[in-house]
Design a protein around this ligand. Structure first.
Ligand code: FAD
Length: 396
């Protein structure tokens, strides 16, 4: 809880979810001077509300709370071709949010300068050189900055031109051993019967327990029952599991924006800085953001340490941004089924190259090579539609 009568803090983290808590963690480990940090969240943040996965070929900050990892990934095409790839030296890692919240809060609570308050944020304002946040528990002031991970990102749920990654997932425990915990199923497109990009995502963590997520990359959301029915049908079709053969342990759902903001990148001169999903940290073409958020926030803290206040906070290289815009347009246009693009990529390239590409770690030459392995016509049409305004060249 905040100290009695204290209402001014060096930094305020508005939202103590994945991005807010990660930033507090890096600030706490850094040489950035601060008198106090306040983390505000309306929720208690101790539940298993999310599963975060990421891939890496390095040691990453939160590997100690990884529940399970895989060195092999299955890829299933619509036409029933199934390939199991080794992704070494990468591994695909899974973190349960409740373990992560516990780990990070334990770490942060050891520092008396870091305080938490559970309340609803109502808005933000400025007074002179101070930024303020209004909450149901009163007003708090930041002498340095407010980091906002609660504001909505421009992505309208009802707008079918605004792509979303939407899914419902069930973790089930089968009555008998049936899964292979050595390999995850990143994409199972055998279920992709509509023109939207849809697939099943399967993460077996033991021979009896697995998470199944029916996922769409599309503009139109579905009723919850639809995703659940799809999962149940898949369990019968792919594993022969009838409802009596398993128990549902957990359920999760998400709607992740797959849109890109036209806002100028912020820099650290700004008093209220958006981070996390609010700050556009989600990779629009994949919906992944856990590892990107860690990388961006570490860089942001290093910039504060070095006084590099002009450095843009959320920058993706223009060419990468342009490729993402084109791919999103291909998914919106649906002139080709989304699965065809992923199938071409995975059938014609090494998985390690694709994983580096999706993490924006490939060179421009590798990007150009990858572009030659996707169906050309829909991409050219999409690039034409986006128009010259978005070409990745300097504008006057
Ligand atoms: C179910 C699910 C699974 C996901 N899986 C993956 C994955 O496998 N890999 C990956 O890379 N990404 C994944 N993502 C995407 C992304 O990593 C997460 O959404 C991530 O939690 C985003 O971090 P964030 O801090 O921006 O938002 P959040 O973690 O949601 O944090 C925002 C916080 O703000 C608080 N808040 C909101 N409004 C208010 C208010 N008015 N007042 C006070 N507090 C408020 C919320 O309680 C919340 O704690 C997943 C998303 C979901 C929903």
């Amino acid at each position: 809880m905040p100290q009695e009568n204290q209402s001014t803090y060096t930094y305020i983290l508005a939202g103590g979810g994945m991005a807010g808590l990660s930033l507090a963690y890096y600030l706490n480990q850094s040489n950035v001077p601060f008198e106090s940090i306040l983390i505000i969240d309306q929720a208690e943040k101790n539940t298993r509300d999310k599963t975060w996965c990421y891939w890496s070929d390095q040691v990453e900050p939160f590997d100690s709370v990884v529940e399970h990892s895989w060195n092999q990934l299955w890829f299933h095409s619509f036409d029933n071709r199934s390939d199991k790839f080794s992704i070494l030296p990468f591994s695909y890692r899974k973190i349960q949010s409740d373990s992560w919240y516990t780990f990070i809060q334990k770490e942060l609570k050891q520092n008396p300068k870091i305080q938490f308050v559970q309340t609803k944020i109502l808005g933000f304002s400025y007074e002179g050189r101070f930024a303020k946040v209004q909450t149901e528990a009163g007003e708090f002031t930041a002498s340095e900055k407010i980091f906002d991970s609660i504001s909505s990102f421009p992505c309208e749920l009802q707008n079918s031109q605004h792509l979303k990654q939407h899914f419902v997932g069930l973790t089930i425990e089968a009555n008998f051993p049936i899964f292979d915990p050595e390999a995850a199923h990143l994409f199972d497109f055998r279920i992709a019967h509509t023109t939207a990009c849809e697939f099943m995502y399967v993460l077996p963590t033991s021979d009896r327990i697995a998470l199944f997520e029916h996922t769409y990359f599309s503009g139109q959301l579905k009723e919850k029952q639809h995703y659940l029915d799809q999962i149940k049908a898949y369990l019968v079709g792919a594993y022969g599991l009838e409802e009596d053969d398993y128990l549902i342990q957990e359920e999760e759902s998400g709607i992740i924006p797959m849109t890109m903001s036209d806002a100028e990148p912020q820099n650290l001169h700004t008093k209220i800085i958006q981070i996390g999903t609010s700050g556009g940290f989600v990779k629009a073409t994949t919906g992944y953001s856990f590892l990107r958020t860690q990388r961006k926030l570490k860089e942001l803290v290093a910039n504060i340490e070095n006084g590099a206040l002009d450095a843009p906070v959320n920058e993706t290289k223009p060419f990468k941004k342009w490729m993402d815009r084109v791919f999103l347009q291909v998914l919106i246009d649906q002139k080709i089924k989304g699965n065809r693009v992923f199938e071409s990529l995975f059938q014609k390239n090494k998985p390690q190259l694709i994983l580096r590409f999706l993490e924006e770690q490939t060179t421009i030459w590798e990007d150009l090579k990858l572009m030659t392995t996707v169906p050309t016509l829909p991409f050219m049409q999409a690039a034409f539609k986006i128009g010259l305004a978005d070409l990745p060249f300097p504008k006057k």
